[in-house]
Design a protein around this ligand. Structure first.
Ligand SMILES: [Zn+2]
Ligand SMILES: [Zn+2]
Length: 294
């Protein structure tokens, strides 16, 4: 990860600003997704094809954030090929959680300034600020100096410059086209687009809120990041967050075989299928030393 100067000028404190577009977007996806889904199923029932599309989109887009935006683009915990990068950028854009470049820049800032005013999702401002308030009620100026490696990737930069087209295309137009083809456009709009986006957004937000508030700190007691099995379950394995903050370059977050970390399993299986290579693992001696010292 690039070394950055920690000055206030480079990372200004976010200004309070009501972000109406984001707020309306959030109200729509949560309202339509969470209220519309039971009403739709009660009224029309649901077909296997609708469930299938929802499941595929949910799994692929939520993993694109954890396997892609987080463990590949933000922390470079493994290397991969162009096809896999494209798929991660495609499904990542479909979550409407910003471009990989912006997401990673803010996430690296979060690791560098954890629990300080310059942490974009500073948990010391409370659960809701870290969960969603930081996006909906604050304007953050992003300093892209901390992502020089990503700026050299044409694919990452294409997704960044054409983010609106990528996200609307991957997250709305393609699923709606499939919905019309299946003969269930309303069901696809309510479930695969709105419900899925609401669930995936909250899953990612729990990493910044729940995983900094609930659980134990076996590796580093000086930071708010915590390990908790439920946090891991809600976030594709990111809930072993104390370990992650201590060893952010490790492709795993849950290091034990029984710990729920589907992101780690996808990267590991990807390495067996020649989609991922150079997986980084922290030596056991370092993990043990951190546990003993904490
Ligand atoms: Zn964190
Ligand atoms: Zn991280």
């Amino acid at each position: 990860m690039a070394k950055i100067k920690s000055t206030r000028g480079l990372y200004p404190i976010p200004e309070h600003q009501i972000r109406w577009v984001g707020i309306i977007f959030f109200i729509i996806i949560h309202g339509v997704g969470l209220i519309g889904t039971p009403l739709y199923i009660w009224h029309y029932g649901v077909t296997k094809a609708e469930w299938f599309l929802l499941s595929v989109y949910f799994v692929c887009t939520s993993l694109a954030i954890t396997v892609g935006y987080h463990r590949l683009f933000s922390h470079v915990t493994y290397k991969t090929n162009t096809l896999f990068r494209f798929l991660l950028l495609f499904f990542g854009a479909a979550t409407f959680e910003q471009s990989a470049l912006k997401w990673s820049s803010q996430h690296r800032q979060h690791h560098q300034f954890t629990d300080t005013p310059q942490d974009p999702y500073d948990i010391s401002k409370g659960f809701w600020y870290a969960h969603v308030g930081w996006i909906l009620f604050y304007k953050h100026r992003v300093n892209y100096d901390n992502v020089p490696d990503l700026k050299s990737s044409k694919l990452v930069m294409h997704q960044h410059h054409w983010y609106s087209i990528w996200s609307v295309g991957a997250g709305m137009i393609i699923p709606m086209a499939i919905g019309f083809w299946m003969g269930h456009p309303l069901g696809v709009y309510i479930m695969t687009i709105c419900l899925r986006m609401a669930l995936v957004a909250n899953s990612a937000f729990f990493i910044n809120s729940y995983a900094h508030m609930v659980g134990s700190r076996p590796y580093d007691k000086t930071i708010s990041a915590r390990d908790h099995w439920l946090g891991a379950f809600l976030t594709n394995g990111e809930g072993y967050h104390n370990f992650h903050h201590k060893f952010p370059n490790d492709y795993r977050n849950g290091i034990r075989w029984y710990q729920w970390d589907p992101s780690k399993w996808v990267i590991f299986i990807g390495s067996k299928l020649n989609l991922a290579h150079d997986l980084k693992r922290t030596p056991n001696s370092m993990i043990l030393a951190a546990r003993t010292a904490a």
